[in-house]
Design a protein around this ligand. Structure first.
Ligand SMILES: Nc1ncnc2c1ncn2[C@@H]1O[C@H](COP(=O)(O)OP(=O)(O)OP(=O)(O)O)[C@@H](O)[C@H]1O
Ligand SMILES: [Mg+2]
Length: 243
């Protein structure tokens, strides 16, 4: 079953092309990576899927159902979550409060929310230790873990995450990536945006490479990792600075 499918999707910001003619899919249970240099259109794909922007052309389907004009909120209720670039946790709220906001609007009863909180804390013991701490006092890596945990509060079928390794030292990156693998092992499908190609190919089963708004290369991670085309020509420099 395809959890997510984009067919010939084009997004424009006024006259500026975000992406054009993008087709891709993510099978249920898969981790798929979306790679590309700065400005290639990676975040645009995630925003179109989550409903933050509407494609000018093309269709996006979720478990076989077209999203069409479904609002971003309805998509969350339907089982899709998006952890955007830069994490966007609430730094002046506690970890517990951040997690509770992640369940907002998606679980009906207080009991259901409490149960889900228990499940998520079991998955992310680091957060349980610091439950009452203000999120702003966490390290960058810990904040990324919190952003993933908050997304998991809605018990999503599909998690989309934008550049989770950005700005983290290698040790913290390992922690975050272990979390993502665990999330996937428990059955959540993952669409992962990364500029760190080696890292993404380690956990993804397949990947798509975007260049200037279009898919220029795709395939299984094992073969892409050997592919000489997956080089500077498509991806720019491996370590990048965000403006
Ligand atoms: N709000 C916007 N208004 C106008 N143009 C935009 C907007 N957001 C993105 N773009 C343009 O759309 C293109 C794709 O941008 P996008 O943010 O999707 O790239 P990206 O692959 O996520 O890059 P990065 O790795 O730097 O995050 C770029 O040319 C960008 O300048
Ligand atoms: Mg981006």
């Amino acid at each position: 079953m395809k959890a997510l499918e984009l067919n010939d999707v084009s997004v424009f910001y006024g006259a500026v092309r975000g992406v054009e003619g993008v087709s891709l899919y993510v099978d249920e249970g898969e981790i798929v990576a979306l790679l590309g240099a700065n400005g290639a259109g990676k975040s645009t794909v995630l925003k179109a899927v989550s409903g933050l922007i509407h494609p000018r052309h093309g269709t996006i389907s979720f478990f076989g159902e077209p999203f069409a004009k479904l609002s971003a909120h309805r998509r969350v209720i339907g089982g899709l979550v998006h952890v955007p670039e830069g994490r966007r946790i609430f730094t002046t709220l506690t970890i517990g409060e951040n997690l509770e906001l992640g369940a907002y609007g998606t679980q009906r009863s207080r009991t259901e929310r409490a149960q889900r909180l228990g499940e998520v804390l079991a998955l992310f013991p680091l957060l349980e230790q610091h439950f009452e701490r203000l999120a702003g006092t966490l390290s960058g890596g810990e904040q990324q873990v919190l952003a993933i945990a908050r997304a998991m509060m809605s018990n999503p079928r599909v998690l989309m995450i934008d550049e989770p390794s950005l700005g983290l030292d290698p040790q913290k990156v390992d922690i975050v990536y272990d979390m993502l693998e665990e999330v996937a092992a428990l059955g959540t499908t993952v669409l992962l945006v990364e500029q760190n190609v080696a890292l993404a190919l380690e956990i993804a089963s397949r990947a798509y490479v975007l260049q200037q708004g279009s898919v220029v290369l795709s395939g299984r991670s094992a073969s892409l990792a050997q592919d000489s085309r997956l080089s500077d020509a498509y991806l720019g420099k491996a370590t990048h600075d965000h403006g």
